[in-house]
Write a protein that binds this ligand. Structure first.
Ligand code: TRP
Length: 350
């Protein structure tokens, strides 16, 4: 069975966009592949040197993924910082990673720019110049620079062939492939397989935001969270942007209206969708009614997940057990690779 690895940054609660954009694909993959899904808590240190309550954010994300149906019997689910083997591989990969190539990655430049407070419009070379500026010497960390090396280590430590990630991760994936190849050529071995990206976007449904245009996202501030209760959902949906309604039959839907319909397509039955679609096409649509129905259907979707989140999160013993057993499985796989790596490089196996 092919191995799949994916890391999840613990950035707060899951929303519907996460569910339909990523979690749902994970659920399918755990049936078909040898999956390793982990919470990338070390990676969160690259942008938040003092993350508030790192343990709680890992717990939140773990309970929510479990509630969605990620199954520790089917996939290896673990917390990155429970698997120290990854760090050792990270060290070896860093020995052959160039500062230059790491500095040229777009995500490094973006984040470094933010941390140095340089505007996006700045000229080429701004980031480099500011990094080496004496007064800034602590402000961009070596950890941020080596983010792609750590990600490569996460992936190749399990000899993964496939990595489900969003399009924004393509450059990191390119680096992971490069570091895997480089290890192989440096030591003249065919040891690490070259991991391919598995684009989540193409296989999944894009959930729109309900605030006019664009997609649902945490940073967009338009997210409906799986943990949201009925009242909160209703409030968010009723606030959705609409217009005066169509004046001509069968008009094209403007973006905010299309978004409502797209959302309905995702969570409601076909009959419900058809009903409102017909009303729209006949210029008889009442957005208030449509939104009420949409809120009911979103809540019907979220409610069972929400209940499971609350149950699981309250069951500290179960959460501990999942994390412990996941870590043990992940470490077994990681240690096997690392032992071979040590011997290839010339160190004693453990
Ligand atoms: N960089 C990924 C993101 O921002 C998270 C991540 C860390 C990851 N390690 C990984 C994803 C390994 C896939 C495989 O979303």
């Amino acid at each position: 069975m092919e191995t799949v690895v994916s890391g999840i940054r613990p950035t707060g609660n899951l929303h519907l966009g996460n569910y339909f954009g990523a979690v749902k694909s994970f659920l399918q993959m755990q049936e078909e592949y040898n999956c390793f899904f982990f919470i990338a808590d070390w990676h969160s240190l690259t942008t938040h040197p003092h993350p508030d309550n790192i343990r709680n954010s890992a717990k939140t994300i773990l309970s929510e993924y479990l509630a969605c149906g990620l199954d520790p019997e089917k996939a290896t689910i673990y917390v990155q910082s429970d698997v120290p083997e990854v760090v050792e591989l990270y060290l070896y990969l860093n020995m052959n990673a160039g500062i230059g190539e790491l500095m040229r990655t777009a995500s490094f430049k973006d984040k470094a720019r933010q941390q140095l407070h340089i505007s996006r419009e700045g000229s080429e070379g701004d980031v480099e110049r500011e990094i080496f500026n004496e007064g800034n010497k602590h402000s961009v960390s070596a950890g941020l620079l080596t983010y792609p090396t750590l990600m490569a280590a996460d992936i190749i430590i399990h000899k993964a062939l496939k990595v489900p990630v969003g399009k924004d991760q393509e450059q990191n994936m390119e680096m992971a492939r490069r570091f895997a190849r480089r290890f192989n050529t440096t030591y003249g071995v065919e040891f690490f397989p070259i991991p391919a990206s598995f684009h989540l976007g193409e296989r999944s449904v894009k959930v729109p935001g309900l605030d006019g245009s664009g997609k649902m996202g945490k940073s967009e501030g338009n997210a409906i969270y799986l943990i949201d209760d009925e009242k909160t959902i209703k409030k968010k949906v009723m606030k959705a942007v609409t217009d005066q309604g169509p004046t001509e039959p069968n008009s094209e839907k403007p973006a905010p209206i299309q978004n409502l319909f797209t959302m309905m397509e995702i969570v409601s039955t076909k009959d419900t969708y058809d009903y409102f679609n017909e009303k729209y096409n006949n210029c008889e649509i009442r957005y208030g009614d449509m939104k009420k129905q949409l809120a009911v259907d979103i809540n019907a979707f979220c409610a069972p997940i929400r209940e499971r989140i609350l149950d699981i999160a309250a069951n500290t013993e179960y959460m501990e057990k999942v994390a412990r057993e996941g870590a043990a499985k992940a470490r077994e796989s990681a240690a096997k690779t690392l032992n071979e790596v040590r011997q290839i490089i010339g160190f004693r196996p453990y």
